[in-house]
Design a protein around this ligand. Structure first.
Ligand SMILES: Nc1nc2c(c(=O)[nH]1)N[C@H]1C(S)=C(S)[C@@H](COP(=O)(O)OP(=O)(O)OC[C@H]3O[C@@H](n4cnc5c(=O)[nH]c(N)nc54)[C@H](O)[C@@H]3O)O[C@H]1N2
Ligand SMILES: Nc1nc2c(c(=O)[nH]1)N[C@H]1C(S)=C(S)[C@@H](COP(=O)(O)OP(=O)(O)OC[C@H]3O[C@@H](n4cnc5c(=O)[nH]c(N)nc54)[C@H](O)[C@@H]3O)O[C@H]1N2
Ligand code: SF4
Ligand SMILES: [Mo]
Length: 739
């Protein structure tokens, strides 16, 4: 039987609407959906080939137990029982000896993160880590102080902006971040077509910069100085909306003090942005009837991401662009999640880490201290760990050290669709359903926070059923809680209700066994927030229109700080600016005398998990895993295209082939992340492609964590590049760790 089923992609924030063809329970084709009101027929190569990723013989289909280097399929009952017993033993020592890492894939499911966190609440452990400290914790740390809630994240009003300044983000490849936008090329060209000005501030002339607007090089990891001078200039030309500031903001004088010593002439040497260029940009921004500064991981992965994004936000605020048509807007989700969060203390926990005494940001600790938390003996040392929808071994800083740490755990349980490299070290690997095997609502940002450029809501059923013993994460964590003798959300009532629902589902749909009725729970979520039922939403395969973010709907209306004002100068941030003088001097000394390694994403891969489909990788020759260098930089160190280079950082050396890229700023080299799958026990395609894991080069540990947000440095890393020489430990990741 051939059927057509609508769904939406859950790989990245764009959430493209898709039309699938299903033949006898197998997806044979995926097409974009031109009729969808929000995603307008857009989809990318990853989304259109995802069924090939999920159909792979490499998919986890049964719970697996590792004995030595051998993997054995075991029944769920045995897996749950054995994990439960070990958890109870460790929990008896200390609940904090059990930790969880919540990866990016969890965020693209409505129920997965809720149930995973609920499980940890039951365990009673504070030790939650997530991929946020690799990409966006700086924004959460900023928003908590400036707006009163970490998830209050203004986004540019793309439909009306007259000036967009894009710093450290490459929407054409990443498909936008912290805003659901489809077809970024069309959106960027649209802004330019109606006369809007766009500037890209990036150490690489990116695909986005080539689409529209003007590109300006910035030396990696110096963005905070760019923002300081931007604000300095904005104040100098008196482009402040004094009325708005007086009415809705606090701390203006103090903020002005912070930037007083940072005129553009002072910072140009370090950022490499000429003062005249910066002045021109500020003038365009100030003259626009609606302008926005926006940024992405390129600034967050540097060493001063929180201060940089704070300055960005206060520039948008004091210039009168926050909450303004064409400026930045604050979305409205299906309910007021921010107000709910503040009322119930969600995501604002004040807990501190054992190592380094770091504050939790969005309830999570820095990934950069995970290895130390495992390796450092003492009370509350982490001995057992759950990894869910992530692959920290490849995506976090200092993979060699993390591998050492993860190998020492007494219990490692990974819930994934593959036996990835993290799972290869696990004691148990649990088989999850893929996105196309589960019902869902849109990604949390559009759903709960209304972060959408075209506002709509949608729902999807699962397109195909789970295979063999694959289970959804809601069921996995409800069952694990029971097996560990704890209650989900630390609530006996919740655990009892879920158990009853599971039993009932098993009776009504014997083929599903005792799975959590996901659609019913999603429906409850919609109903209690006054958004109808799940079933009713399914009647809108092309999306159901909803009211979007409006100018004037935030300031004085939904502010959640104690005094109801935007906090322009939070004490924590003002104090942290004192260290900038030292950072600045260091940058001055370094000047152009070293290489700075930056990140680089590709259209065809998503983080560390889409390299297992030939359609996407095109084999190793088609892969993007090279050391990208400006040809003159390569020549300056005696290297040519295709030759092997040794790239050495503070912590490791990796050997990798050079590819020329004249779009790079001189002195900047780039390497994509997510490669180097040789160690994965269960990625039969990706593990043969070779490739190098860039995160071997990134340093971890408490001294390498940005204290305000817990972010670790993954861009602007100082490296030496030399022609390959001497023996290379051909080992695992073609990387050699330095003792
Ligand atoms: N195709 C694809 N799409 C993805 C992903 C993927 O892996 N592949 N990942 C998804 C995820 S999880 C996320 S979080 C988003 C991220 O989305 P983005 O934040 O847009 O990430 P990137 O595309 O890496 O863009 C980062 C940009 O920052 C620049 N940059 C690097 N260092 C610096 C610096 O020090 N200063 C400045 N100013 N710029 C710098 C880089 O050159 C690059 O252009 O993308 C998502 N979309
Ligand atoms: N050097 C460098 N490092 C980086 C970055 C960079 O730009 N440069 N980018 C960073 C960014 S933005 C991020 S977000 C992190 C990502 O860090 P992680 O979240 O740790 O890594 P991913 O590769 O996204 O891992 C997703 C995992 O989820 C699995 N998966 C997919 N779908 C499902 C599902 O439905 N259920 C379950 N249970 N599992 C599923 C995949 O198989 C994969 O193993 O990496 C960061 N690391
Ligand atoms: S841009 Fe590609 S990966 Fe992202 S949601 Fe759309 S189809 Fe999926
Ligand atoms: Mo990310």
């Amino acid at each position: 039987m051939v059927e057509t089923r609508h769904t939406f992609c859950r790989i990245c924030e764009a959430s493209c609407s898709l039309v699938t063809t299903v033949e006898d329970g197998v997806i044979t084709e995926i097409k974009p959906n031109p009729a969808h009101i929000g995603t307008e027929g857009f989809a990318c190569i990853k989304g259109l080939n995802q069924h090939k990723l999920y159909d792979s013989p490499d998919r986890l289909r049964h719970p697996l137990k590792r004995v030595g280097r051998e993997w054995h399929a075991i029944p769920w009952e045995q897996a749950l029982q054995e994990i439960g017993e070990k958890v109870q033993e460790l929990r008896g020592e200390s609940p904090d000896s059990l930790a969880m890492y919540v990866g990016t894939a969890a965020g693209f499911s409505t129920l997965h993160p809720i149930f995973a966190q609920g499980f940890m609440q039951g365990i009673g452990s504070k030790n939650i880590f997530s991929s946020a400290t690799q990409d966006c914790a700086h924004r959460f740390a900023m928003a908590k102080e400036v707006y009163g809630f970490p998830l209050t994240q203004p986004f540019p009003d793309l439909a009306n902006t007259e000036c967009l300044i894009v710093v450290g983000t490459n929407p054409v490849v990443s498909k936008w971040t912290f805003l659901q936008v489809t077809n970024p090329v069309k959106r960027l060209k649209g802004i330019a077509r109606r006369g809007g000005k766009i500037f890209f501030v990036d150490p690489r002339r990116t695909e986005s910069a080539k689409t529209a607007g003007e590109h300006i090089f910035i030396r990696p990891n110096t963005d905070v100085f760019f923002y300081l001078s931007f604000l300095h200039e904005l104040l100098a030309i008196d482009a402040v909306d004094a009325e708005h500031v007086a009415k809705h903001m606090a701390g203006f004088e103090e903020l002005a003090g912070v930037v007083a010593n940072w005129p553009p002439e002072r910072t140009e040497e370090v950022t490499q942005i000429p003062a005249s260029t910066l002045r021109k940009m500020v003038a365009v921004y100030a003259a626009a009837n609606g302008a926005a500064l926006m940024s992405g991981t390129g600034i967050g992965m540097g060493t001063n991401g929180t201060l940089a994004v704070w300055l960005q936000e206060v520039i948008n605020a004091v210039s009168g662009n926050l909450d303004r048509k064409g400026g930045t807007l604050v979305g409205r989700g299906i309910f007021d999640f921010a107000a709910f969060g503040v009322k119930h203390g969600l995501l604002v926990s004040e807990k501190r880490s054992r190592i380094g005494n770091f504050p939790a940001v969005n309830d999570g600790f820095p990934g950069g201290i995970l290895a130390d938390e495992i390796l450092t003996e003492g009370t509350d040392q982490i001995k057992g760990m759950f990894v869910t929808g992530g692959n920290p071994l490849l995506t976090m800083a200092n993979s060699h050290r993390l591998r050492d740490a993860l190998s020492k755990l007494e219990l490692l349980v990974v819930t994934d669709i593959y036996l990835n490299e993290t799972a290869s070290l696990a004691h148990y690997a649990l088989p999850a359903t893929s996105p196309l095997q589960r019902p869902d609502l849109p990604f949390i940002f559009p759903l709960f926070l209304g972060m959408q450029s075209i506002p709509y809501i949608a729902a999807t059923r699962s397109v195909i059923p789970p295979e063999a013993e694959q289970r959804d994460e809601a069921t996995i964590y409800a069952d694990l809680a029971r097996a560990c003798g704890v209650n989900l959300f630390d609530s006996r009532f919740a655990q009892w209700v879920l158990g009853a629902l599971q039993k009932l589902n098993g009776m009504l749909r014997p083929s599903e066994g005792s799975l959590i009725p996901q659609e019913l729970i999603l429906s409850l979520l919609l109903r209690i927030t006054g958004n109808g039922s799940f079933k009713a939403l399914l009647a809108y395969p092309n999306g159901k229109e909803r009211k979007g973010a409006l100018p004037g709907d935030f300031l004085g209306v939904r502010m959640l700080t104690e005094d109801g004002r935007v906090q322009l100068a939070p004490q924590k941030f003002v104090q942290a600016t004192h260290k900038l003088e030292a950072d600045f001097s260091r940058e001055q000394e370094l000047g152009g005398n070293c290489f700075r390694l930056i990140t680089k994403r590709s259209h065809k891969s998503n983080n560390s998990w889409t390299q297992n489909a030939v359609e996407l990788t095109g084999g190793i020759d088609g892969s993007s895993n090279h050391l990208y260098m400006h040809p003159e930089d390569a020549a300056s160190v005696g290297l040519a295209e295709g030759e092997l280079a040794d790239v050495t950082s503070e912590v490791a050396t990796v050997r990798i082939a050079v590819r020329y890229l004249s779009d790079l700023m001189r002195g900047t080299v780039a390497m994509p992340h997510g490669w180097g799958h040789q160690e994965a026990a269960g990625l039969s395609v990706a593990s043969k492609l070779g490739g190098v894991n860039v995160n071997l080069l990134a340093a971890d540990g408490p001294d390498h964590v940005e204290a305000l947000s817990g972010m670790v440095q993954l861009t602007g890393i100082l490296v030496e590049v030399t022609p390959a020489s001497g023996p290379v430990d051909a080992g695992s990741w073609s990387g050699i760790a330095r003792a």
